[in-house]
Structures are given as C-alpha cells and as structure tokens.
Design a protein around this ligand. Structure first.
Ligand SMILES: *Cc1c(COP(=O)(O)O)cnc(C)c1O
Length: 360
C-alpha cells in the first residue's frame, strides 16, 4: 500500500491515525460485536460515541454552555437555508459579506427568504482580498450578519473575527474550523461541513447560541428547524452515525496533537513555508493580498500555463495529488488542512523547486 499526499479541497485528507483507528474498530467496536454503522443510534454504545464527540469539540473550541452543538445532515449548503429560516425572527433583512464563491452561494440561498444587504464585496478585485471591516455597510436592524471565514476556492481568509457591533454574527467556517483559535462567544451561529477539516462529507457541525433557537419561520419543514434538532440531541431523525463517529475520532486526534493551539502553530508553519516558496520564485505566483491569504487553501499559478498539465503529472508521480486549481481560478490549489502533515508540504515544495529548475 502506498498512501499519497492528497491536496484535495474537499472531501479532503483525513489523518492517517484516524483511518487506522476506524479500520481497527470496523468489525467490532469496543467489544460490541458490530461496526459503528450497524448500531442503533438510540443504543448506549452509539450514545457514548455521540456524547464524547460533543464533549471533545466543546473542549477543543471552548464552547460556552449557552450554545448548542448540533450534528446535522445536508452539509454546509443546507445551513445556507437553515440560517435565514431560523434567524430572521420576523425580520425581512440580513447582511452578507461577499468574499468569494461560497459567500455568493450563501447569499443566493438567503435571497429566497429575505432581502439581502451586501455589506461589503471584494468581487471588483476578483476576490483576492477581504474588504476592511471599517468599510462595511452594516444595518444594525438586520437580523444577522453572515460571512465566510475562509474562501476555499479563492484562498482568502479572515485573520480575526470582524467586530460588527450588536448584530448577531454568523460564520460559515467549513474550510477553517478547528484550524485556529476562535472565540465562539462572539458568534450567534458557526457552521461547517465535515469534509474539509473534520472527516467525511454529508454532515455539518452547527454551533448555535440558545436564544436563537425556537424561532423558525412559520411553515418551515421540521428538518429545517434548529429547535427540533436541539431538543432531540441531534437525533430528530436517524443521524449520520458513521460520519458522526469519524468526526469524533478527528476531534480525539486534535486533542492528542495538543489541541487547536498546537494545530494552529503547525498550520502557520505549513502555510508560511509554502507561501515563501511561491513568493521566492519568479515562476510561481499567488494572487491574494498578503493580509488576506488563507492558511488552508493556497492557489498558485505557473508563469507558463501550458506547463500546467505537465506539472500535475509530475506531481502525481511524486505522490502529490489533487493539485489542480478550481476552474474559476485556474492554475493549482494546494489545500493543506489540519490533516496534511508538514512532510506533505515539504514534499510539495521540493517538487515545485525541482519542476522550476528542470522544466521552466
Ligand atoms: C465546501 C464548502 C461548502 C459546502 O459544503 P457542502 O458540504 O458541499 O454543502 C460551504 N462553504 C464553504 C466555505 C465550503 O468550503
């Protein structure tokens, strides 16, 4: 068996130790005589798995007691709808910050439910920066303000939580959750799909302040109401049990690796060395403004795009895969989430240098 370094934006690499643990427990979880995917979600075995995952993520993110942690289905995209359906509370307006492809999708979905005020947009500079918070046009009477903390496609990331006054702050943290320290108490809602930094796709982690629960729009389907999920401990219907279990293993892995602060320090080192390699070369370039660069998704172009295909095939031969950039940006994209080991980034940097030396 030979494992590759997988730079996919999502579904993305999962820590090897997590996969090995899941493999070891596949046929017989903890003496139960069955795999986790065969267990009743109401049985004591699965309840213990579910509760441990919640306890661990509460500890890792230091989630205050007045927040519910929900394990929901439908990925982050379903949260694009659930947020307005639950948070409008009779209001007909919400503020959104447009920083790229994912923010745009969130905005499009919100427009089904309310008037969207775009408080700021970086579309004019092709989404290569984060608009300065001082310039945002925030209507404090809107129901909430939504932003995307890391744009997975454009490779731009908020380095701090924006200060937005008294309005409830909502963040799509799909591609940088648990990669850096965050003060949860500054948010009304934080949500993230699983497949970037927490394991498999299909599941979403949603952290909601309790007072925002119980106000779903009249006529909302039961599955879209946060209250139904909160009241049932995320077992309103049969949850995505196996994904929940894997997410729990990822949380354990982060704890074993020193928690979010240790992972963040490693993420800073990984990103800094890859950006240094790009900036130090005349052949590779990253279009993002320095202060807005993502630690998780690093797009880069080659000076001669006719060499793109050759670059990808040489990378593949070196065991470095899924580096092709998103079609809207072109070039390459290296997604280096928590699970990407530092050696994987080092291997990419050497391959890039060798390619430049021999092919450029
Ligand atoms: C991947 C991603 C999504 C969509 O996640 P799904 O699980 O496909 O719904 C939303 N927002 C961001 C920032 C993402 O990276």
């Amino acid at each position: 068996m030979s494992r590759v370094y997988n730079f996919s934006a999502g579904p993305a690499a999962v820590p090897l130790e997590v996969l090995e643990k899941a493999q070891a427990e596949m046929l017989d979880w903890n003496g139960s005589g069955m795999s986790v995917m065969e267990m009743s979600h109401r049985g004591k075995e699965f309840i213990s798995i579910a509760e441990k995952a919640e306890t661990d993520v509460r500890e890792l993110m230091n989630i205050p007691a007045n927040y519910k942690v929900l394990f929901l289905q439908g990925g982050a995209t379903t949260q694009f709808s659930m947020v307005p359906m639950n948070l409008l509370r009779g209001n007909d307006k919400a503020c959104y910050v447009n920083t790229g492809a994912w923010a745009k999708k969130a905005i499009k979905e919100a427009k089904i439910h309310c008037h969207v005020q775009v408080s700021a947009s970086s579309e004019d500079d092709n989404f290569t920066s984060i608009p300065a918070v001082e310039s945002w046009n925030i209507d404090q009477d809107a129901a909430y303000l939504h932003y995307t903390s890391n744009e997975t496609i454009g490779g731009v990331e908020f380095q701090t939580t924006p200060e937005v006054g008294g309005i409830d702050l909502v963040a799509d943290m799909s591609s940088n959750i648990l990669s850096r320290a965050v003060d949860v108490s500054k948010y009304g809602v934080i949500y993230a799909g699983g497949q970037k930094n927490m394991g498999p796709s299909g599941i979403a982690l949603t952290i909601v302040r309790e007072d925002l629960i119980g106000h779903a729009q009249a006529g909302s389907p039961s599955m879209m109401d946060y209250k139904n999920h909160a009241d049932a401990d995320s077992m309103f219907n049969t949850p995505a049990t196996y994904s929940w279990y894997l997410m729990g293993l990822v949380f354990e892995w982060i704890k074993e690796n020193g928690g979010v602060s240790a992972i963040e320090a490693r993420n800073i080192r990984k990103a800094e060395k890859l950006y240094a390699a790009i900036d130090g070369s005349d052949f590779y370039a990253n279009p993002v403004e320095l202060a807005s660069r993502s630690r998780m998704n690093i797009p880069f172009t080659l000076a001669n795009s006719e060499l793109d295909a050759l670059f990808l095939s040489e990378a593949k031969s070196a065991g470095l895969v899924t580096l092709k950039g998103h079609r809207s940006v072109g070039g390459m994209r290296a997604s280096i989430y928590n699970a990407m080991p530092e050696e994987g980034v080092d291997a990419l940097i050497s391959m890039m240098a060798e390619f430049e030396r021999t092919k450029a």
